[in-house]
Design a protein around this ligand. Structure first.
Ligand SMILES: *[C@@H]1O[C@H](CO)[C@@H](O)[C@H](O)[C@H]1NC(C)=O
Ligand SMILES: *[C@@H]1O[C@H](CO)[C@@H](O)[C@H](O)[C@H]1NC(C)=O
Ligand SMILES: *[C@@H]1O[C@H](CO)[C@@H](O)[C@H](O)[C@H]1NC(C)=O
Ligand SMILES: *[C@@H]1O[C@H](CO)[C@@H](O)[C@H](O)[C@H]1NC(C)=O
Ligand SMILES: *[C@@H]1O[C@H](CO)[C@@H](O)[C@H](O)[C@H]1NC(C)=O
Ligand SMILES: *[C@@H]1O[C@H](CO)[C@@H](O)[C@H](O)[C@H]1NC(C)=O
Ligand SMILES: *[C@@H]1O[C@H](CO)[C@@H](O)[C@H](O)[C@H]1NC(C)=O
Length: 593
């Protein structure tokens, strides 16, 4: 307990030091004094009150310090979490229940309670949003949205650092390193131990052809529809150009377009209504795990794709949040996700005893969308047959080609304005060759820094954090004015930087062996991104410099064209990220028939 407490507060103190560095001025000192007072208050509060949820201090979007209304009668697992957690939550349940109707109103999205002092200081964004705090920050006026945004931008990196510590903390199960036998065979062939993008495509095709044998006489209408769709997609009307879709971005534009149109016309999804908030049915719309929340919210409110009649459904959605699962049930310091897994199993047991759909296919027409780093291990056992859309799409963590889907990890800071600050400078004004800033998680980033940090090469802007002396130049501005944005893996293969780079129109350089990039089944990533093997970090600059100006301009133009597939809109639009996620799930379902 003491350890846990110390850890939290150490992080808290570090966090404050970051702030000191960032806002060196008299006003910053004012802020610090204010923060100090709060700190003392929290510390005191700590001993008087019930225990403080350790894991949560690390999470950007964690608002409910205490897990929210868990119904013991239907979800027995939750009792594992201890009675005091249940008691402390009662006052919040109402707020959370109201949340669905408030839609994108950010203050309510995650049950943010401004009155709660402890909470208010767990998250910098919340602090900044607070008018009072804004006034205390240097160079800001609460009336100026501009400055507010800058601060939030700077807070970006701090967040990720903090989150990753949390992940390190509980990453204790080495068995997840097991590779599937097909992948292993493939790695033998390629002999490098790394599955390249082309090899990923081959694995995908292998899985597709192996499924053709299942084409046996099936009788249901749903199966006939899927079989029809598959035939249509495999024999598409040939398209060479499309006003909306730039041909080189796709492996096969004709197939993608046909599949997409069929999805729009045919796809019906059944969403299970069972399950209590917050783990089920509660979309978290903010932070780096936001894509699971946005997807949940947009699918549930879709008139086009959702059917109330499960007999008409091609797919069944399990509407849980991996973020809320961790937040609600993970016992800090326990180093175990056993009770999280058990919770999901109980949910499945309930679903499968109540309906016949799960048993009929063993779950292979069911899907989940989960962005939290632990989602692969949480779902690999009981949801093994489901289509799993995962941000942590790691070949070496059991990602199954042809079944699982690589979910983009998107950072959303202001849910009301998901497109805030979209875009970047034109090529001619991108003076910096390569940029990276972020925490030193995992084995790879220290290597990157060792080779390219410390400003030893003026072309390579590689930082562990944004240097304070650089004045106003923020993380976002670096991305907007660099040619290449380096996206190295952290503790896990995925990083929000990949989509951030596309968002700011910077060509992503992915250094993360065995990372399956989002929508890889339709997008030809190598046409607009650079993949560098982890072992080639010492050659990074050579690799980038050897790319011709012409090729660079082509890739950057393609980045701008592919961007639309990675954007959230308050109301979903054609070919946006919501539709692309759904499409990848649909595509896999069709090809598994
Ligand atoms: C929680 O509430 C129940 C009944 O309301 C009570 O019996 C129990 O002692 C409480 N637990 C704690 C830790 O306060
Ligand atoms: C929060 O504060 C406002 C005004 O300060 C008060 O009206 C409200 O009841 C408080 N809410 C809670 C949950 O304490
Ligand atoms: C900032 O606020 C002003 C009004 O105060 C508004 O006109 C402007 O559009 C806002 N800027 C952004 C980026 O939202
Ligand atoms: C990983 O592989 C080992 C043996 O190679 C096996 O005993 C273990 O059960 C596997 N773990 C998982 C999670 O598949
Ligand atoms: C991979 O190659 C090694 C020898 O190079 C062999 O012993 C092993 O069985 C091969 N693995 C697979 C899955 O083919
Ligand atoms: C796309 O796939 C279709 C069907 O397999 C094929 O006929 C067509 O040639 C492919 N197009 C390209 C550009 O590879
Ligand atoms: C599905 O299978 C489980 C375990 O095999 C069983 O307990 C359950 O009753 C079955 N569901 C239905 C609806 O038959």
């Amino acid at each position: 307990m003491l350890n846990l407490w110390l850890r939290e507060h150490l992080v808290y103190v570090c966090h404050q030091q970051n702030l000191v560095a960032k806002f060196r001025s008299q006003k910053a000192m004012k802020l610090l004094r204010f923060a100090g007072l709060v700190f003392i208050f929290i510390t005191t509060f700590q001993f008087v009150n019930i225990r403080y949820y350790g894991g949560d201090i690390f999470s950007l979007s964690s608002q409910d310090k205490f897990p929210v209304s868990i119904d013991v009668s239907t979800e027995p697992v939750s009792t594992l979490s201890g009675p005091e957690r249940l008691n402390s939550s009662s006052s919040r349940s109402v707020e959370v229940d109201e949340e669905e109707s408030t839609g994108l109103k950010e203050d309510h999205v995650i049950g943010f309670d401004k009155n709660d002092t402890v909470q208010g200081h767990d998250s910098f964004v919340e602090d900044v949003k607070d008018k009072e705090t804004l006034d205390l920050l240097p160079g800001t006026k609460s009336s100026s949205n501009e400055s507010y945004e800058k601060i939030v931008e700077d807070a970006d990196i701090a967040f990720e650092n903090i989150r990753k510590m949390e992940i390190l903390e509980s990453k204790s199960d080495p068995s997840v390193d097991n590779l599937s036998s097909e992948v292993k065979k493939f790695m033998n062939v390629s002999n490098s131990g790394v599955v390249s993008i082309t090899e990923m495509m081959n694995l995908l095709h292998q899985s597709r052809t192996s499924h053709v044998s299942l084409k046996v006489k099936r009788s249901s209408t749903i199966d006939h529809e899927l079989l029809y769709a598959r035939t249509q997609i495999e024999n598409p009307p040939l398209i060479e150009n499309d006003p909306l879709l730039h041909t080189p971005l796709y492996w096969n534009l004709s197939m993608f377009k046909r599949s997409y149109e069929l999805m729009e016309k045919k796809l019906k999804v059944y969403v299970y209504r069972e399950g209590k908030r917050p783990v089920l049915h509660k979309p978290v719309l903010k932070g780096i795990y936001a894509s699971e929340g946005w997807f949940m919210k947009q699918l549930k409110s879709s008139r086009t794709f959702v059917t109330k009649d499960p007999r008409k459904a091609h797919l069944f959605y399990l509407p849980f949040s991996s973020k809320m699962l961790e937040e609600t049930l993970y016992v800090p310091g326990s180093h175990s996700d056993k009770n999280l897994i058990q919770f999901l199993k109980n949910y499945l047991d309930m679903i499968s005893s109540k309906y016949s759909f799960w048993n009929k296919t063993g779950g292979s027409d069911h899907f989940l969308v989960a962005c939290h780093d632990w989602a692969p291990s949480e779902t690999r056992q009981y949801m093994a047959k489901c289509i799993r859309a995962l941000c942590n799409s790691d070949v070496s963590e059991g990602f199954v080609f042809g079944k699982d889907v690589a979910l983009p990890e998107t950072t959303i800071l202001v849910p009301r304005r998901p497109l805030r600050a979209l875009g970047g400078k034109p090529v001619s004004q991108r003076q910096i060759l390569a940029f990276f800033a972020g925490g030193m998680h995992g084995y790879l980033r220290p290597l990157l820094l060792q080779n390219w940090g410390g400003n030893r090469d003026p072309d390579m802007k590689i930082f562990s954090e944004i240097p304070k002396s650089k004045g106003k130049k923020s993380y976002m501005e670096y991305m907007k004015s660099s040619k290449y944005c380096i996206c190295p893996k952290g503790h896990e293969v995925n990083s929000p930087r990949v989509v951030e780079a596309l968002f700011y129109e910077c060509v992503p350089v992915i250094i993360s062996d065995n990372f399956v990039p989002p929508f890889f089944e339709v997008l030809n990533w190598e046409s607009f991104a650079v993949f560098v093997l982890e072992k080639d970090i010492p050659d990074l600059k050579n690799i980038l410099v050897s790319i011709t100006e012409e090729r660079y301009r082509e890739m950057q133009m393609r980045v701008k064209m592919v961007q639309k597939h990675f954007l959230w809109h308050s109301k979903p639009e054609r070919f946006d990220i919501f539709h692309m996620i759904l499409h990848s799930i649909w595509y896999n379902r069709v090809f598994q028939i």
